[in-house]
Design a protein around this ligand. Structure first.
Ligand code: SF4
Length: 875
């Protein structure tokens, strides 16, 4: 039977790449980029390319559960509806809440929002998008009168200057990064400026990198406004005709000359001058900003400081120019469109009396919420205080991703009623749930998502629903009907919900709201092509190019911005920054299932500057304890001068499912931006110290162990599991520990060698020539090649000697640590291409090894390896 290919959309980042998914006869699914999708034109990054490897049912929640026991859907839905109804009757509608996610499809989001704000009558529906881009939403609304992204991806290729602010595009939005790389190669005059405390891989394409201190970017843009005015680089006619508030904003900015800006930003004045000169003289400028701007206690002001500069120059909504917020999540934009944020009602309408009346008439409800609900941080604080007594968490993992995550866990543990809808059986949040509902996953779900450039794309199913999993919209409407709201929730599928969303966006709109999808009324949902909104009023790829904005007077508003005072941790403390790595997504419930994506970084780590490491006596690859009054974490030291002195970086991904103590958001203070209520996830104050470690270990095993050690971190390997270990006290009998941890039968033989001089030991259990488990221990970090050891899991006819040796023999070469995840190319393979085959460019290495030839996210690392080899040769 011929394979059928489905056009769908990647479920990870906000680029929103089109994907072609083709189920194969053997049950696998082949994945390719959709060449016709305008977001990616066929490209995919490492995460997108590996989507087919995340679809196994291993770890899936397949049946409803009540109090940890399998239940029928009727029992579970009745329990949720009944408890919510009872709680509302007893304590009022604000005693319940929904916490959603940018992973939900627009249709799921729409039904959840309608239930909470339209019929339960509370504003208590917020989402993890609050953690992601709420400051961009607030900044857009202050400046434009609506949450509208003016530009599109093509502008990144048309720009002569791209300013990347707080954005590691190379890892977090890799396909956009590759579009810029290609454009820059074709137009050598194109310039890129990176503003980021870290020298990330994105610096590889930067002509100028300003390694600002935390929140130093605010002063840069405030000073830029003054510089533009001082040097006659503004657009006076545009300012006069299409904006208001310019003089007030400039008055504040004039106090920020270059020297003061440089000091506040922590960068050389010369670098500030270059940025200002390039920005002032270049007409086609796009300023791209992401979580480095948003996840700050002054994030909204930063957004407006950036927008101010584009308004002052009239560079907005025209080809190759404009401020551009790139969203983190696949459907953060769709959630914003339906009203998934607690301060929005629906379809980009706020809680004004007119909007409440309009939406109430449209939905046929007299109980529409009268005002905003609690935003994420306040919502979990209200749960902790016992004011919210029933909460429904959908497709997100707040026990790991919220600031002060330990307090969030404690709040949920004490909450009288917690419902979790998720596709994963094992999550840190799911542990706290009274009712767990199995939700459909990517490949099973049917609906739409909106990407960072306002493009609505279809996520289409190509797999049957497994077990008793159901789509989120179905689960929510079933609960709504059981709560007595049946008529308003009689949906038969996502097409009907989407049609209602379209109709609401156009309802009594007449051009008064920029979100007007009326042009999609009657569109064929099944075949809907990727479509940018607005549709009815003026189908356009760009907004505001005509100088007309969504404010009552049609003018954009400047916002006076005063940079925040420099924030430096007290002596002995570090500024902790959190963020993403290249190959993992959020809390790893999907990317953690693939060996390929788990190979690049297989455990939680902290990047710290060599001078800081030396001062604290922290050696490379040893363990570091980070702590503050909120919590602690133990992570691997990654000593690098990519990091500023006094600053640390730890990825956000690791949970209790993958590491003993890697939940970094437990250490982040729940301090929020005063306008957007977005938490400052990149600015925690922490103490760092080396961990007194007696013994380090590394293992590979065919089966998942239960580990009892001071430190552990596990990752998927092909054919099994790999893991890091450490003991903080001398273990007594490792052979016995091994038997217990890996549940070995009494008949299993544990082969052992020990080098008394070095203190290193190796343990191997082999059955019928196949490896069951190999463990290597040493007083220092274990030097065994991880990739070679992981490859042992696939080897046949293994002998104990080969495993116990702890290093590759001639018959089993070691490809080294994985650099290119797309093609699993290791550092040793790349090094050999350079030294033995004379490859001296990234392209040549790619031609020899395929490394860097798919998504290209590893090209900067390959260039670094080439440069290092060149230096070695010169020495
Ligand atoms: S850039 Fe990667 S993660 Fe983002 S949508 Fe595209 S394929 Fe998915």
């Amino acid at each position: 039977m011929a394979s059928i290919t489905t056009r769908t959309t990647c479920p990870y980042c906000g680029v929103g790449c089109g994907v072609l998914a083709t189920p194969q006869a053997d049950g696998s699914v082949s994945i390719a980029g959709d060449p016709d999708h305008p977001a990616n034109f066929g490209r995919l990054c490492s995460k997108g390319s590996a989507l087919g490897e995340t679809l196994s049912l291993d770890g899936r929640l397949l049946y409803p559960e009540i109090d940890g026991v399998r239940a029928s859907w009727d029992q579970a839905l009745d329990r949720v509806a009944g408890t919510f109804r009872q709680t509302i009757d007893e304590f009022g509608p604000d005693a319940v809440a929904i916490f959603g996610s940018g992973q939900l499809l627009t249709e799921d989001y729409y039904v959840a929002n309608k239930l909470m704000k339209g019929f339960i009558g509370s504003g208590n529906m917020d989402t993890n998008s609050r953690l992601c881009m709420a400051s961009s939403v607030a900044g857009h609304k202050r400046a434009f009168g609506s949450d509208t992204v003016p530009g599109n991806y093509e502008d990144l290729e048309l720009a002569d200057l791209i300013v990347l602010v707080g954005s590691n595009l190379g890892w977090c939005h890799p396909v956009l990064y590759q579009r810029i790389v290609k454009a820059k190669a074709e137009r050598p005059d194109m310039r890129v400026v990176l503003i980021d405390p870290r020298r990330t891989v994105t610096a590889d394409i930067a002509d100028l990198h300003l390694a600002v201190q935390s929140d130093g970017d605010s002063a840069l843009f405030v000073g830029l406004l003054a510089h533009l005015a001082r040097n006659g680089m503004t657009a006076p006619d545009f300012i006069a005709d299409h904006t208001s508030g310019y003089n007030a904003a400039l008055l504040v900015a004039e106090d920020w000359p270059v020297e003061r800006v440089a000091e506040a930003a922590g960068v050389p004045a010369k670098a500030v001058e270059i940025l200002y000169d390039w920005f002032g003289r270049t007409e086609k400028v796009v300023t791209v900003y992401s979580q480095g701007v948003n996840q700050s206690s002054s994030g909204t002001d930063k957004v407006n400081a950036i927008i101010n500069c584009h308004l002052a120059t009239g560079r907005i909504g025209r080809p190759g120019m404009g401020p551009f917020s790139v969203t983190g999540q696949p459907n953060a934009m769709g959630g914003r469109e339906v009203g998934g944020l607690a301060n929005m009602l629906a379809a980009h309408m706020d809680f004004t009396p007119e909007a409440i009346d309009r939406v109430g008439r449209f939905w046929g409800s007299s109980t529409v919420a009268s005002g905003p609900g609690l935003k994420a941080v306040d919502m979990f604080a209200a749960i902790a205080r016992g004011e919210i007594k029933a909460v429904w968490i959908m497709a997100t993992n707040p026990v790991d991703s919220m600031p002060e995550a330990d307090a969030v866990r404690a709040a949920l543990a004490a909450c009288p009623f917690v419902v979790v809808s998720d596709m994963s059986a094992r999550t840190d949040t799911g542990v706290t749930a009274h009712v767990r509902l199995p939700a459909a996953g990517w490949g099973e779900k049917d609906g739409t998502v909106t990407n960072s450039e306002r493009r609505i794309s279809r996520q289409r199913p190509f797999l049957a629903l497994p077990g008793e999993a159901r789509p989120d919209w179905w689960i929510i409407k079933e609960v709504a009907q059981r709560m007595g709201f049946g008529a308003a929730f009689s949906y038969d599928g996502p097409a009907q919900i989407f049609a209602e969303h379209v109709a609401l966006s156009a309802f009594e709109n007449e051009g008064s709201r920029s979100l007007d999808l009326g042009g999609l009324d009657g569109a064929d949902y099944a075949t809907l092509p990727p479509t940018q909104w607005p549709v009815r009023r003026k189908p356009t790829a760009r907004m505001f190019g005509d100088g007309h904005f969504s404010t009552p007077d049609g003018k954009a508003r400047f916002v006076p911005v005063l940079p925040p005072p420099p924030f430096a941790p007290p002596p002995g403390r570090f500024m902790l920054n959190t963020g993403r790595v290249r190959d993992h997504w959020h809390t790893m419930t999907r990317t953690g299932k693939t060996a390929r994506l788990s190979a690049h970084y297989a455990e939680p780590f902290v990047e710290l500057h060599p001078a800081d490491a030396e001062r604290l006596n922290i050696r490379r690859a040893t363990l570091v304890r980070l702590n503050n009054r909120h919590g602690s974490a133990v992570v691997r030291a990654l000593v690098t001068d990519r990091q500023r002195r006094g600053h640390l970086f730890v990825p956000m991904h690791w949970t209790d499912q993958f590491a003993s103590n890697g939940r970094i958001d437990a250490l982040v203070t729940a301090k929020v931006d005063p306008v957007s209520s977005q938490p400052a996830l990149k600015m925690a104050e922490v103490h760092a110290e080396p961990v007194d470690t007696r013994l380090y270990g590394f293992f590979v095993s065919a089966n998942r162990p239960v580990l009892d050690a001071g430190y552990w971190a596990i990752a998927e390997a092909i054919g099994g599991i790999r893991g890091e270990l450490a003991w903080f006290e001398e273990p007594t009998d490792l052979a016995t520990w091994l038997r217990t941890a890996f549940d070995l039968p009494d008949t299993a033989t544990v082969e052992t060698v020990r080098d008394a001089r070095s203190g290193r030991s190796s343990f191997a259990v082999i059955e019928d020539g196949r490896l069951v488990v190999a463990l290597y221990t040493a007083p220092d970090p274990v030097l065994v090649s991880r990739q070679w050891a992981a490859d042992l899991l696939e080897a046949d006819d293994l002998g104990a000697v080969a495993v116990l040796a702890g290093r590759p023999g001639a018959d089993m070469p070691d490809s080294g640590a994985i650099v290119c995840s797309c093609f699993s190319v290791g550092i040793n393979t790349i090094a050999a291409a350079i030294t033995q085959q004379g490859c001296s460019t990234v392209e040549a290495v790619g031609a020899c090894t395929k490394a860097g030839t798919n998504c290209g996210s590893c090209r900067a690392e390959i260039r670094g390896i080439i440069n290092a080899r060149g230096l070695q040769a010169a020495e």
